[in-house]
Design a protein around this ligand. Structure first.
Ligand SMILES: [Fe+2]
Ligand SMILES: [Fe+2]
Length: 228
């Protein structure tokens, strides 16, 4: 855990896990799908560009809209939504800590205490979540419902984009931690940089969570046990 203590280096930080995210994920994704640039339709839907999914990727959600997701969800679908809820809550918590830092309500050590434990858990859990999705569930979904291939390609690429953000978060968090632990007079600068990286990463993550749910939750509901 990253702790703001002089003798405590970032032992088991999410960082060591996150450092490998882009390479592993990129390699896995590149073996599954062609580059975005070869598919103009998907390029326009890149994370950070799109504001939602096009109609042709929402046929399953149209068949089973969100207002009906309270009906007897398959266990895996319910767990999926629970995981996403946890990521949204962690993101909101970190955004709140960054806002309190910017408002002057927290000093660097206060920001460290409020942010780093959550950030560490966020990095580790999101890494594991994406590995399971891209490595286990998405390949199964491709076999079960061929019509969602494009949607799953999109989600796989989202994972790569998000992992790049996680890597940036890791490096910013380590620099901030080291500055606080030193302590160093440039800790406020590192805090500002970390808060900026958090701001940049948030919209893509939230977009991905929403869009992924619109694609995979209806599939799990409609296909029942075969998709769960
Ligand atoms: Fe995902
Ligand atoms: Fe997910």
């Amino acid at each position: 855990m990253i702790k703001a203590k002089k003798a405590s280096p970032p032992a088991r930080p999410a960082p060591s896990t996150t450092r490998s995210i882009p390479t592993a994920s990129s390699a896995a994704a590149s073996s599954r799908a062609p580059p975005l640039s070869s598919e103009p339709h998907i390029d326009a839907l890149a994370l950070g560009v799109r504001t939602g999914l096009p109609d042709d990727l929402l046929h399953l959600r149209d068949a089973f809209p969100r207002e009906r997701w309270t009906e007897a969800l398959p266990e895996t679908a319910a767990f999926w939504l629970q995981m996403h809820g946890g990521f949204r809550a962690q993101q909101a918590h970190m955004a709140d800590a960054a806002a309190r830092w910017r408002s002057g309500a927290l000093d660097p050590r206060g920001l460290h205490a409020a942010l780093i434990p959550t950030l560490q858990a966020f990095l580790q859990h999101l890494d594991g979540h994406h590995r399971i999705e891209s490595g286990h569930y998405f390949p199964q979904f491709r076999l079960i419902e061929p019509r969602i291939q494009t949607g799953l390609d999109l989600l796989d690429r989202d994972h790569d984009a998000i992992h790049a953000d996680l890597d940036a978060l890791y490096h910013s968090a380590v620099a901030f931690h080291q500055a606080v632990a030193a302590p160093s007079p440039d800790a406020p600068d590192h805090a500002n940089r970390l808060a900026d990286v958090l701001d940049r990463a948030a919209p893509g993550l939230i977009r991905h969570l929403d869009d992924e749910e619109d694609i995979v939750i209806p599939l799990m509901i409609l296909k029942g046990g075969s998709a769960a």
